[in-house]
Design a protein around this ligand. Structure first.
Ligand SMILES: [Fe+2]
Ligand SMILES: [Fe+2]
Length: 203
């Protein structure tokens, strides 16, 4: 069965490759922090991202969607570059930008769910919900880790994410169940854009 939804196909291919970039980045991130608890937590997040990649691939293969070779190469380079940079930019920035990136990624999976629903497919709702919520959990982890950091208010002002500001409308303390989660991310920049991850970056 083919998917007649070009935006959805693009978003799946993008998510598949971007999950690899994230996993690579977390390898460097975990390697560069000194605190053992932080190492373990980031290693766990890396594993979550590899699992997401597998899940996205299994959905793609159901509809004969191949990975994008362009995205695969591009996100390979991005992931490796971020990974290496973690060793030189100190503690704060990898934590901050990981949190900000996760914040943007949350909506990607809720928007995918909506795209699938638009063409009458609901069988992936649960899997997409789980992945969106896992990205939220990652965001909250970084947000909590940054609490008390003196640089946070300044970065929050400049980059629009931090203690009070998020790039999604998911309330972690009061999560909606799958059905009502379809109301999330209506105003996300990626909504209707089909370029998910990229378009949810700064701005
Ligand atoms: Fe992920
Ligand atoms: Fe994540």
């Amino acid at each position: 069965m083919n998917l007649h939804h070009p935006q959805l196909v693009k978003l799946l291919q993008l998510a598949y490759s971007a999950e690899k970039a994230a996993a690579f980045a977390y390898i460097g991130h975990a390697g560069s922090v000194k605190n053992l608890d932080e190492k373990v937590a980031i290693k766990q997040i890396e594993e979550d991202e590899w699992r997401h990649r597998e899940t996205v691939l299994s959905i793609m293969s159901q509809y004969d969607i191949p990975p994008s070779r362009y995205n695969e190469l591009k996100y390979h380079i991005i992931g490796r570059t971020i990974s290496a940079s973690c060793y030189v930019i100190g503690w704060f920035m990898p934590y901050y930008f990981a949190g900000r990136l996760e914040s943007g990624n949350v909506c990607e999976y809720f928007i995918m769910m909506r795209y699938f629903n638009e063409i009458g497919i609901t069988e992936h709702d649960e899997a997409l919900y789980e992945m969106g919520m896992k990205e939220k959990e990652h965001e909250v982890y970084f947000q909590e880790s940054l609490q008390g950091s003196r640089l946070l208010p300044l970065f929050e002002k400049i980059f629009g994410w931090g203690n009070k500001r998020s790039l999604n409308d998911v309330d972690w303390a009061n999560k909606s169940p799958v059905e009502s989660s379809k109301g999330y991310c209506q105003h996300s920049k990626a909504n209707g854009a089909g370029e998910g991850r990229k378009r949810m970056r700064p701005g």
